[in-house]
Every structure is written in C-alpha cells, then in structure tokens.
Design a protein around this ligand. Structure first.
Ligand SMILES: CC(=O)N[C@H](C=O)[C@@H](O)[C@H](O)[C@H](O)CO
Ligand SMILES: CC(=O)C(=O)O
Length: 289
C-alpha cells in the first residue's frame, strides 16, 4: 500500500513565536480526520529554515508528543549549519523518532563529496534511518542518479523524498533502487508519479486534501485512470488556487475555516490580508466543505 504523509505546518502566533496548541490541533486533525499514515515534521511546509534551533526542537517535541504513536513520524533536520543538523538529528532520535530526513546543504554550491560527508556526519553514531530530502527548486541542489547511488551505499539512507518534476530521473531511481523508499513531493503531479512505482507521497496540501489524494491512489490501484485524472483535476484546481492565494498562510486560513486553529505563518512570510482571507474562504467552500 502506498503511504500518504502530510508535511506538518508550524503554527505561529501573531508575534511570530510558536503556537503550541495550533500545532497540536493540526496533528490531531491529520490523525483523526485524515487518517494519515504519517507526518513529515520540520520541512519546507513547517517553515523550518526560518526557525531557531530551539524552535525546531520544540516543533519535533510537540508533534511527537501529540502523535503518541498513532502515525509514522519523520523529522527533517537538514540545515546549512552542519553542527545544527547534527544536534537536531541527535535530539529527534532521543525523542524517539525512528526516521529523519535532511535537505542537502544549500546556498554555497557544495561539492558532492562535501554533501556526502554532511549526510555521513549527521548519521554518525545514531541508530536511525534517513530519507534524503531532494527539492532542487528550493534548495538549488540537484543530485544525479550516480550521486544518489553513492549516498544510498550508506545502509542507513533508506530512500528519498522526491520533490522534483524530473520524471526521467524518478523512473531511473525506481529501476535502479527497487528496495529504497521513494516518496513523491509534488502534490499536483501525483498522477504522473503513481505509474512510476512510488512508495507514497509527502506533501503540504494533504493536510486538507488527504481524502481526495487517497481516493486518487485507490482509483489508480483499481486501474481506473479516468477517475485518477478527474480527482487530480479537482486537486489541482484546489492546489493552484492555494498557490495563487499564497500557499502556506492560506493552508492555515483554510484550516481556520474548518475550526482548526492553525495560526499564522512566520515573517518574512505574509500575515493574511482581507483579500487572502476572502480567497481562503472561497477555496474552503469550493473544494473542502
Ligand atoms: C515546497 C513545498 O512546500 N513542497 C511540498 C512538498 O515537498 C509540496 O507539498 C507543495 O507544497 C505542493 O505540491 C504545492 O506546490
Ligand atoms: C513535503 C513538504 O512540503 C515539506 O518539506 O514540508
């Protein structure tokens, strides 16, 4: 069975401090209503690269505590500061996370040897498995098939969260590494990734759209491609409307419409304007209600 994971958001107060109850409400919604297989904590959707080390730890702890074993958890620990990434990995493992994930080191155009060393150092001495977080459009780091092969030589590296629309590379990865886990990360292209044998998907929009995504996966497994297309079509109208309305704050605004107090996004992300609020209400009414 293919797994569906929501990328957990971090709720903030208006003053950009962490809103603990908001995170707890979103975790509960994912477990109780979405019946989600797991949560990806501290990724892009968690706005993690804008958080302090302490805040990132707080988010892992709250998510771990609220989940209470009812879903799989993955802690994204990647950072351009390797000292921080190592500290976060150690912390997550001590909390009880069985799987971590890390974006490659970014910004400085590191060499592949430096990237490999970064993963080896994060994992050194830890009893944990790791999923590479590949998201070239945001990180600026593109890994080739050969480079994935070298990283996958480390038995603790069990797979990749693949947020990339290079479907040729995705097919070659699947073919070359049948035993590694591949979780697809572009929610609007799920339809194209399903036939390539992905193990599941991890995404921001599943926080609100899990039922439709699960129905799409079920339709795919039943061989009903017409239904797969129809479901992806509605999902994409929803996702593109969110993107047009500023996606991260808008996911939270739609949650608010549903009575889940998801709070704000952190600056430099935007606080909602009246227009964004009206847009989110419309998205809720059209696609979620
Ligand atoms: C950058 C980002 O947030 N990527 C997410 C996962 O990797 C996706 O779930 C997207 O948010 C989603 O596909 C909308 O573009
Ligand atoms: C999957 C995704 O959205 C994330 O990195 O949070």
């Amino acid at each position: 069975m293919k797994k569906l994971y929501s990328a957990l958001m971090t709720a903030f107060n208006e003053d950009d401090t962490i809103n603990e109850s908001g995170i707890r409400e979103m975790v509960r919604y994912n477990i109780d209503h979405n019946h989600i297989d797991g949560l990806y904590v501290g990724g892009s959707t968690g706005e993690s690269f804008m958080l302090s080390t302490e805040e990132r730890k707080q988010a892992y702890k709250i998510a771990y505590d609220e989940t209470a074993g009812k879903a799989d958890l993955i802690a994204q620990v990647g950072s351009v500061n390797l000292t921080e990434a190592k500290e976060l990995a150690k912390y997550a493992v001590e909390l009880g996370y069985k799987t971590i994930s890390a974006v490659p080191p970014f910004y400085y155009h590191f060499t592949f040897d430096q990237i490999k060393n970064y993963y080896d150092q994060i994992l050194e001495g830890l009893d944990v498995q790791l999923i590479i977080y590949s998201i070239p459009a945001l990180s600026g780091v593109t890994l080739s098939l050969t480079e994935f092969a070298k990283l996958f030589e480390n038995p603790k590296i069990i797979g990749v969260k693949y947020t990339n629309n290079d479907f040729l590379l995705l097919q070659r990865l699947r073919s070359a590494f049948p035993d590694k886990k591949i979780y697809f990360g572009t929610d609007e292209m799920l339809i194209s990734a399903l036939p390539l044998g992905i193990d599941g998907a991890i995404g921001s929009t599943f926080n609100l759209n899990a039922a439709r995504a699960k129905a799409e996966i079920a339709a795919y497994e039943a061989g009903d491609m017409k239904k797969v297309f129809e479901l992806q079509d509605v999902s994409n109208k929803f996702i593109l409307a969110l993107i047009d309305n500023d996606i991260y704050p808008s996911l939270k605004l739609v949650f608010e419409e549903m009575g889940v107090h998801a709070g704000y996004s952190k600056a430099p992300m935007s606080k909602p304007t009246a227009q964004m609020r009206a847009g989110a209400k419309k998205i809720y009414e059209q696609y979620i209600k």
